[in-house]
Structure formats: C-alpha cells, structure tokens
Design a protein around this ligand. Sequence first.
Ligand code: MLT
Length: 404
Amino acid sequence: MFQINDNYQKLPGSYLFSTIGKKVNEFQKAHPDKEVIRLGIGDVTLPIAPAIIDALHKAVDEMGNAATFRGYAPDLGYEFLRSTIAENDYKARGCEISVDEIFISDGAKSDSGNIQEIFSVNNRIAVCDPVYPVYVDSNVMAGRTGVYDAASETWSDVIYMPCTAENGFVPEFPKETPDLIYLCLPNNPTGTTLPKDKLQEWVDYANRVGAVIIYDAAYEAYISESNVAHSIYECEGAKTCAIELRSFSKNAGFTGVRLGFTVVPKELKCGEVSLNAMWARRHGTKFNGAPYIVQRAGEAVYSQEGKAQLKEQVAYYMKNAKTIKDGLKEAGYTVFGGVNAPYIWLKTPNGMSSWEFFDYLLENANVVGTPGSGFGPSGEGYFRLTAFGNYENTVKALERIQAL
Ligand code: MLT
C-alpha cells in the first residue's frame, strides 16, 4: 500500500491567499450589489508595457515560422536573457555575476519554494516573523520544521526572528545558529527594508556562522532610498553565502506571464561541493525552461523603452502607496512601509485582531486586505494593504476607510 508524504498533513489550514480568495468570493456571492475593492494579494493591475508586448508579438511570429521556430528552451535559460540580466541587474550596480550563475525560471515563487531541496533536511531555517508563507510551508513539506504548536502558531525547529514595531521591523541575529536564513528585502509583508550597511552585517554574520542567506529581492524595483542595496551582491562577501531570488512579477507586471531567476554564485560551496552545480542539476532534471516568447519579453524589460515604461508603472504604484499611507495616517492609523516597497503595514485599530479587522473592513468598507497574522504570529494585530490596485480604486478605498 502506498504512503503519502505525511509532512503535508502537518500544514495548518490552506495557503493564505487561497483562504482570502474564498472568503471574498463568499462575501461577493452574498452581496452581489457591493463593489469590492481588492487590495489583498500583491497582484498587479496595469497592463503589460508596450515595449514588452511588441517583443511578445515578435516572438510569437517567430514561433510560427519554420526558420525561426524554437522547441525546448535551454533548461537554464537563453543566453540572450541571462547576459542582459548580468549586464543590467548586476554589472551596472558594480556586482560581478556571470551568465552561468543566473538560472531563468517561471517565477520567484517556484524558486523560493524549490531552493530548499538542495539543502539537508537537518538544516535549521531562520525566518523573519511575519514572513512570506512560501518559505515556511515549503520547508514543512520537506520535513524540516518539526512539530507545529497551534497555540503559538510556530514550528519547533524553525528559528523565528520577530520583526515588530519595537525593532523597526528589522530582524536581529537569532540566539540559535541557523543554517539557512530567509531574508526578503524590501520586505513582504511589512514594506520595510534595511540600509546597505545593515545588510552587510547579515552577510558577515552568515559567512561567520557558515549559513546561507536565501535573499528574496522581488521588490527591488520599488527602492527609492539611495542607501538601500538592490542586490545582496552589492555587499562584500555575499558570493560565498547568498543565493538571490528575483522576479519579473512586480517590476514588470508578469504575475500572469511568469518569469523569474535565481542567482547561485560559483563561490558558494559546502566543502568542495558547488551549490551552483547542484542547482543546475536540479533545474536541468526538473525544469524544461521558461517559454521562448516569455524570455524575449523578459529581455525587453531591459530595453531603453522598456525601462522608461516600467519606471512609470513603478511610479504609478508608488503614488498609490503614498495615497494609502497618507490617507490612513489622516484617519488616525499607525502605518509603516510604502517608501521602498508597494506594501503598507498598518496597526489594526482598537485592539482588533488581524482577522477581525479583515472582516470589519470587508463588511463595512468592502475593501479587501491581508491579515498580518497570516504571515506569522508577530503579524497579529497588523494588516497589509497593497499599492498594486488601480489609482481610482485606491482613492475610493481610502475614502471608504476614512468614512468608517
Ligand atoms: C503577496 O501578495 O504576498 C504576493 O503577491 C504573493 C506572491 O508574490 O506570490
């Protein structure tokens, strides 16, 4: 008789954004007349920029012509995209990352869930609390997290690094020594980030204790302050301790197109074993490459027109962020984030729990957000709003919240 991977049975509830989607659908069914504004999941609303659409059309035409048709993509990604990334995301920022250290994928969510596979099941992970749920859940599935305690909503074998108002939502070095450290900067969900000198301290710490940092930089395009690093490789020594995950979802609106990449430096080794070679082996075995047309679209992100158009999109969303932040402040809320990230993190009013506030906002303002507790126990009493809505709806949502 077959057996299942019992680790899946340990996962509490369903995936956060599935739960929210279900609740909102139920509300909408019960109140078909209400116009619900969704500022929950960080999904973009602006259409794909024209320069990228042109590249997509061109690539589609190539696929319809025998002379330019392409079959399987190279499993690690097309050279044209990998070299464009190396040039624009790294060389231009003073980081020496070579083409064969860049692995193209169908998005950062898959990579952030899959990367743990190349590490021992005995490794201890450290995560910020609150945290993007994929990091913890994928380690639960792998059997790396121990026993779940429903009362504290924590796993026995996970090292939590609370990020609270008291420490400015910045993680502190944990008391126990971790093997893998997940850092998402600028941060989802709190919208806060670290200045480069503080990030350097994390790199030094990881090198000192022999840990690997899994650095999720999905929101780097939203950095507005000059003292914040866009890549962890801007820090000295990061190539011996860090893997970087990048996404095209938030900077170029590819949430429905799907494209991302992971950087695994060749200097990153466990004894004599190269993690770059391990990830290449894993990628080659389990992944057949992102589609050609999508990789051409990715290349267009770095064209002159693409860059200019995407700068405008980021500015559009950051105007929403300011609208939300200022509007909430005027209404008396305590708010964080929204300066280097498209997320606003607010304290729930009158001691409401995160889910109480979710229901209150949905029922009374018909606005959807994300309960902070869904990201971990230290998120309790907080709530996340996304700046990825359209401007008119964002203004309307704020008017409704202010009128409560
Ligand atoms: C979020 O809302 O946290 C993100 O959009 C989820 C994701 O990127 O997978």
